[in-house]
Design a protein around this ligand. Structure first.
Ligand code: PMV
Length: 326
């Protein structure tokens, strides 16, 4: 068996996944649409070694809880079952961004683990099969497998719930400026949040609006209609966060800084600077703009106090193998 290393990007959802139809299989209540990010990624090396008596999981540069390691071991079990092997593995992984702050670390992590793990186990899976398998580790990870702009079709079974490329990365030169305002680990994980979603009195209404929204975003990306696209993704973010805030118990992922930046964006727009925000399960914001405006927006952000880090991303390819191992 060989050693394999994969790099996988995080992805930002424009139409979001919040709420599961099947918890165990991680089947979503609705389809979602995302873009892979060029500068936020996980690199993972997997090697199955006959002399190991248990899986060895090493997260470089960060401390992880036992629970997280167990999730990795569970995913290795899925890979072993598929490859019909029993050999334990050594996994070394590194994120280039803070984990559990709503920056889709589990998406990048499980997509990289799926690709490196299956190749190391001698499997040759199609992109579709990889996407299905990644989904079992973390739902949104299935969207980090295909390239560029991606749709995760909710499907009707495990085999049909997977992501595919809508448009390649160079189809549209939009930019995602990630604004990190908090590095603390979030109190409610997205797995917990998905479970609470149906307790919101607005959840049914949200779900009934999702498939038309997915159809619309597909059309807006295809036609590169930035204004309509931006307005829709912003409404979608607020819609999802309303579900979070009205769950029982409620979840508030935004901090006061998040809100301050949201308001600044609305002001900038009124003054003619076209930029929109989207926010996942954390306080950090993704500012979506056209590449021609990127520099000016970065300059404005530098004037806001309390921002910890800014990472600007182009649309990128999905998970891929690399030759340099850990
Ligand atoms: O894949 P999970 O369980 O980390 O859920 C992702 C949830 C959101 O990031 C909030 C939305 C999305 O579609 O990425």
């Amino acid at each position: 068996m060989k050693k394999a290393t994969a790099i996988s990007p995080a992805n930002i959802a424009f139409i979001k996944y919040w709420g599961k139809k099947d918890k165990k299989l991680r089947l979503p209540m609705n389809s979602s649409v995302s873009m892979n990010l060029s500068n936020i990624f996980t690199k993972t090396t997997v090697e199955f070694l006959p002399n190991l008596t248990r899986d060895e999981i090493i997260f470089l540069g960060e401390e992880v809880m036992e629970k997280e390691k167990e999730r990795v071991v569970k995913h290795l079990e899925r890979i072993r079952k598929r490859a019909r092997i029993k050999t334990k593995a050594r996994v070394v992984t590194k994120n280039n961004f803070p984990k559990a702050t709503g920056l889709a670390s589990s998406a990048a992590g499980f997509a990289a683990l799926t690709l490196a793990g299956t190749v190391a186990a001698g499997l040759k899976l199609s992109k579709k099969e990889l996407s299905v398998l990644a989904r079992l580790g973390s739902g949104s990870a299935c969207r980090s497998i295909p390239d560029g702009f991606v749709e995760w079709k909710k499907g009707t079974s495990s085999a049909t719930s997977c992501a595919y490329t809508l448009f390649p990365p160079d189809y549209w030169d939009i930019q995602d400026i990630v604004v990190i305002v908090g590095r603390k680990k979030k109190k409610v994980s997205s797995s917990e949040g998905h479970k609470l979603a149906p307790t919101s009195p607005f959840f049914k209404t949200r779900i009934s609006s999702m498939e038309p929204k997915v159809k619309t975003i597909r059309r807006l990306i295809k036609k590169r209609r930035f204004t309509d696209f931006g307005e829709l993704i912003e409404r979608e973010t607020i819609n999802m966060h309303t579900i979070m805030m009205t769950s029982k118990p409620p979840i508030f992922y935004w901090s006061s800084k998040t809100l301050e930046i949201m308001k600044a964006i609305w002001e900038w727009r009124q003054k003619g600077m076209e930029v929109y925000f989207t926010i996942d399960a954390g306080p950090n914001l993704h500012l979506i703009c056209q590449r021609k405006d990127e520099k000016r927006i970065m300059l404005r952000l530098k004037k806001i106090t309390g921002i910890r880090k800014i990472v600007s991303n182009k649309p990128s390819n999905g998970a891929h193998l690399v030759d340099i191992h850990f």
